[in-house]
Design a protein around this ligand. Structure first.
Ligand code: TD4
Ligand code: NA
Ligand code: ZN
Length: 305
């Protein structure tokens, strides 16, 4: 069933498990996410960035909404990294049941102002809101935040921010970053910071940049002609620990991008005569489903629906 982000995340924080919030850009990615969540009796969030909305529009949103409505587990459709009040409202008009307003690149006061506007409008329409305080490293398509400007979330500021905005859940900067290159070996996660914020805030916390970038997928990507550098993601143990301390929503995009591309590349390389789209996208869907299954296991949401 299609529900709001709060319907999924409030129980997750209380139950000390994480809920995967997976980015989608087409039908097969959406099916891999929702069908795997149903098979494992797990709540799940499907998210579309503004880039995905530009790419797939209402067509793609409708695929997500229809699968979510027919799903036997709770599913929310979430706007990822909404960049403005207008963007958030447009998403709600498109049928999104959760919206992020990411004003984290503004000064504190502007972030509060912009976030509060979205919260008031979204709440008037029964939609829940994610906001962000602190800056991730990594590349967000339109924002390149290089290391020196990336700053982690201040716990006391987070309390003020939530009080003054009314946001339903909060994305905090704790060392993660977007993309396949999160740091050498085992990227640093500031668990002390998470645990400080956990004690000060009772709302669900959100971890962005939480792809694991599994070595096996990276190797398969290289073996079928993909070019990728020294790619590392967030260790499963770090994610598990974070979900025990307030992190309830965990954003994953890169892992599904790599998985889909591995699936397609392996077919094109090993079956050069193949040109049936179902034989090319079908196996890619399988590779993605396995990644979703692993992640839901790591987050502890299996059987929670
Ligand atoms: O936190 C994450 C995912 O982090 P990850 O890279 O670790 O999967 N996200 O919020 C996904 C961001 C994807 C935006 O990309 P486009 O604008 O190109 O659609
Ligand atoms: Na988000
Ligand atoms: Zn993000």
């Amino acid at each position: 069933m299609l529900v709001t982000g709060n319907d999924i995340l409030v129980p997750a924080r209380a139950g000390k498990y994480g809920v995967g919030s997976f980015n989608t850009n087409n039908m097969e990615i959406t099916q891999a996410i929702i069908h795997t969540a149903e098979r494992l009796r797990s709540p799940v969030m499907v998210q579309m960035s503004e880039g995905a909305i530009k790419y797939g529009g209402q067509d793609l949103a409708n695929i997500v909404i229809d699968l979510a409505e027919r799903a036997t587990v709770p599913v929310a459709l979430h706007l990822d990294h909404g960049s403005s009040y207008e963007s958030a409202l447009k998403a709600i008009k498109m049928g999104f049941t959760s919206v992020m307003i990411d004003a984290s690149h503004h000064q504190f006061a502007e972030n509060i102002q912009e976030t509060r506007r979205v919260v008031e409008a979204a709440h008037a329409m029964g939609i829940s809101v994610e906001a962000e305080l602190g800056r991730l490293g990594g590349i967000e398509e339109h924002i390149v935040v290089d290391e020196k400007d990336a700053f982690l979330t201040d716990p006391e500021e987070a309390v003020q921010f939530v009080e003054q905005t009314g946001t339903d859940y909060l994305a905090i900067a704790i060392g993660t970053s977007h993309g396949a290159y999160k740091g050498k070996g085992r990227p640093f996660i500031d668990h002390e910071r998470i645990e400080k914020i956990e004690k000060l805030l009772s709302i669900p916390l959100v971890a962005h940049g939480s792809s694991g970038v599994p070595a096996e997928i990276v190797q398969r990507f290289r073996d079928c002609g993909g070019e990728i550098g020294d790619a590392f993601g967030i260790a499963d143990e770090d994610l598990q620990r974070a979900t025990q301390h307030g992190i309830a929503k965990v954003n994953v995009d890169t892992d599904l991008r790599l998985a889909m591309t591995v699936g397609v590349r392996e077919i094109l390389k090993n079956s050069p005569k193949e040109f049936d789209p179902r034989k090319i996208m079908g196996p890619a869907r399988e590779v993605m489903s396995k990644i979703v299954e692993h992640k839901l296991g790591v987050l502890g949401s299996v059987g929670k629906a």
